[in-house]
Design a protein around this ligand. Structure first.
Ligand SMILES: Cc1ncc(COP(=O)(O)O)c(C=O)c1O
Length: 456
């Protein structure tokens, strides 16, 4: 539906907003969706149309769009102490309380938390932490960062360089010294006759070859998402992290778990890095940390990194880095409440209660003629569309099948996300089994319509 009458919200948007990560062809023909509010897992546009958001906003609005406990937590904190920074050793009490809580629920026995406003800033900060650490430790040449093909770590200059997506060529990125190891996607990259475990071993051998070729003492750290989210929900191949971990240890390379999507329950576990035996040296968190109610990113440093970074910062007088709004008490208050809701109010429990239904319906989609692979864990899943299931040959790009499916689903009141040739789902953690059925019913019907429309 196109509501672009004069003076409409859509017209005002088109005239005044510069959208990122938006297909401008679709925007120009269909117009934007301007929203006013939400209820549970639904959002409403300015015309009163209701959409089920199968992506929790951007993976983050996991408690729904009008959780009264979260709203009250922000309002109460706003009345008490609405804003302060954490420079010069000053900080809001609520932010100290959140830090204590984050360390307590982390896989680390001890550690420290550093705050940012986003996941990108948290990853970017971690790069600077490692660069400073190695420099102060007499290894200034240890600057190269390893991430992986298809990874998503953010949009700042450094984190876009870590992101393993071709679109960053638009910016002349990656910068030199940002390396991309293999993506552990067995279905896509496994060789004929190769077992999944053997594939993981090959991934690990290739990583070690890369490290040796580059020079082990030039590598600052390696980043990995437990399950690659924006890469299209790539669940790591069996034994992958167990295979790469000893190699990183052998060469003294810290492993950073980017838990911006997986952290706080998306995979059914509090931490994806624990579920997949990553044993990281630090965790990057954002998104669900505030259930999407306030911008916040956090680095949770494990004890070793935390001790070392404190030591070198003392030598340098300080860690010369920080964000004005990092550790803002409004965000801290809502994050504390979000953790309560997750643990005590049974949100994480609900993920595990409804996940079998979610994964079962996802599997059923796999029977579709053009579903090459369905994959998922917890409440994250994807269906990858192909022209031929056996050869895995891609559908003709100009058909834009995944974009068409997302657009058609939107008309039917379902928000889902096209990512390359895949459709990605990551519903809020409050979703019920009945709503999961409704979500997949709409998606199945939409896929049938779209494949008929494009003549397949
Ligand atoms: C794994 C991962 N890391 C980092 C980011 C960047 O976070 P932000 O958009 O808050 O900068 C994202 C965002 O989707 C992400 O999925």
């Amino acid at each position: 539906m196109n509501h672009q009458t004069d003076n409409s919200w859509e017209k005002k948007d088109m005239a005044n907003v510069f959208h990122g990560f938006t297909d401008l062809g679709t925007l120009n023909s269909n117009g934007p969706v301007v929203l006013t509010h939400g209820e549970g897992i639904h959002v409403f546009d300015v015309h009163g149309k209701r959409y089920m958001d199968a992506n929790s906003g951007l993976w983050n609005n996991v408690a729904g769009f009008n959780h009264q406990g979260l709203i009250n937590a922000i309002c109460d904190q706003a009345r008490k102490f609405p804003g302060y920074h954490s420079f010069f050793g000053r900080i809001a009490d609520t932010t100290v309380a959140l830090s204590e809580k984050l360390v307590a629920i982390s896989p680390f026995e001890e550690g420290k938390v550093f705050y940012t406003n986003s996941g990108s800033e948290a990853n970017d900060t971690m790069v600077k932490m490692l660069w400073m650490l190695h420099r102060r430790n007499g290894q200034p040449q240890r600057r190269k960062i390893i991430s992986r093909v298809n990874a998503y770590h953010g949009v700042t200059v450094a984190t876009a360089s870590m992101t393993g997506k071709a679109y960053n060529e638009e910016f002349g990125l990656p910068l030199p010294g940002f390396l991309h190891a293999d993506c552990p996607h067995f279905w896509r990259y496994g060789k004929k006759g190769e077992s999944e475990k053997a594939f993981s071993q090959r991934m690990a051998r290739n990583l070690e070859e890369m490290i040796i070729k580059e020079g082990p003492d030039t590598i600052a750290g390696m980043w990995a998402e437990p399950v690659m989210g924006a890469g299209g929900v790539i669940v790591p191949s069996e034994g992958y992290f167990e295979a790469i971990r000893p190699i990183l240890r052998k060469y003294g390379i810290p492993l950073i778990a980017d838990e911006v999507i997986c952290g706080f329950g998306r995979t059914g576990a509090m931490w994806g890095s624990v579920k997949y035996n990553m044993e990281p040296d630090a965790i990057i968190a954002s998104k669900c940390i505030t259930a999407g109610y306030f911008p916040m990113g956090a680095i949770i440093l494990g004890k070793d990194l935390s001790d070392e970074l404190t030591r070198v910062s003392e030598t340098a007088e300080e860690f010369p880095h920080g964000f004005t709004a990092g550790g803002n008490p409004l965000g801290s208050a809502v994050a504390l409440k979000a953790l309560d809701v997750l643990e005590e109010d049974g949100l994480l429990e609900n993920v595990n209660r409804v996940s079998p239904r979610f994964l079962e319906r996802l599997q059923r989609l796999g029977a579709h003629k053009y579903a090459g692979e369905v994959r998922g864990v917890g409440l994250m899943g994807a269906v990858e569309l192909v022209a031929d299931k056996t050869t895995k040959q891609a559908l003709p790009g100009d058909l834009q099948v995944s974009e068409r499916i997302a657009n058609k689903a939107l008309e039917k009141g379902l928000i889902c996300r096209p990512l390359g040739a895949a459709i990605v789902l990551g519903p809020p953690f409050i979703i019920t089994e009945a709503q999961i059925d409704e979500m997949f019913d709409i998606l199945e019907e939409t896929m049938t319509d779209v494949f008929a429309d494009v003549g397949l």
